[in-house]
Design a binder for this molecule. Structure first.
Ligand code: PEP
Length: 250
């Protein structure tokens, strides 16, 4: 089954609206007409309103980096899926390891956010991955199985097709250490087989599984040429338009 690759930029807590607009001006001509891959930019919430009109009419979609699972409420500092919808965002990162690590986001919260994203037709990019101690202890498979199972609890096969999963070994995020293409492919196979067990082979074969963790222009091709790897979630190297364009055009 052919899955259209998706390359997403996670700008984390970088770029003011002006800097985000500057990125888009430089990036648009570099990827104009490139429709082999789906391209998604995830700026911080304060830059969404600058980026969305700047990419209008192009081949680039825009997503948030986090949202609350409630439609609205007394949740100071949070962003609701309705707000993302209203502003024209189409994608949402869920359960990024930095959210799990610094903001105590649990698998249960990830599951609720996933249900909310599906309800509001935001394409969820659900991040899972093991920390170094788990890998070194030989627990990677168990951790990934548990994370994907808890994330998908209650999801129906009909809803599941819209889901994108990002395998991001936590030890590879922002560290310059990358999983080898073979290591990543092995994890992707395991994740896909767990999805198949829960939701059926056809759904599992249609869901895109991205790799994330120190993807750079010089390692993107080897990673993305793995048949099991359906795209990339890119942090540091997505902040520069030239380097992100090189990854997009791997
Ligand atoms: C990320 O933030 O999801 C990420 C993979 O970061 P980096 O590419 O910097 O490792």
């Amino acid at each position: 089954m052919s899955r259209k690759p998706l390359i997403a930029a996670n700008w984390k807590m970088y770029k003011t609206p002006a800097q985000a607009q500057e990125f888009v001006s430089a990036f648009l001509p570099l990827v104009a007409g490139h429709d082999r891959d789906e391209i998604v930019l995830c700026p911080s919430d304060t830059s969404l309103a600058a980026v969305i009109p700047a990419v209008a009419g192009s081949n680039i979609a825009v997503g948030g980096q986090n949202m609350h699972f409630a439609d609205e409420g007394a949740y100071t500092g949070e962003t609701s899926p309705l707000m993302l919808n209203a502003i024209g965002a189409t994608h949402i990162l869920i359960g990024h390891s930095e959210r799990r690590q610094y903001f105590n986001e649990t698998d249960e919260m990830v599951n609720k956010k996933l249900a909310t994203a599906l309800k509001h037709k935001l394409t969820p990019i659900v991040c899972i991955g093991e920390v170094l101690a788990e890998r070194e202890a030989g627990h990677t498979d168990e951790v990934l199985r548990k994370q994907i199972t808890l994330a998908l609890t209650g999801v129906t096969p009909e809803d599941a097709e819209a889901i994108v999963v990002a395998y991001e070994p936590v030890w590879a995020i922002g560290t310059g250490k990358t999983a080898t293409p073979e290591m990543a492919a092995e994890a992707h196979l395991l994740i896909r087989s767990e999805i198949a067990r829960r939701l059926g082979r056809n759904i599992a074969d249609s869901i895109r599984i991205l790799y994330g963790g120190s993807v750079k222009p010089d390692n993107a091709t080897a990673l993305l040429n793995q048949p099991e790897i359906d795209g990339a979630l890119v942090g540091g190297a997505s902040l520069d338009p030239n380097s992100f364009a090189k990854i997009v055009k791997y």
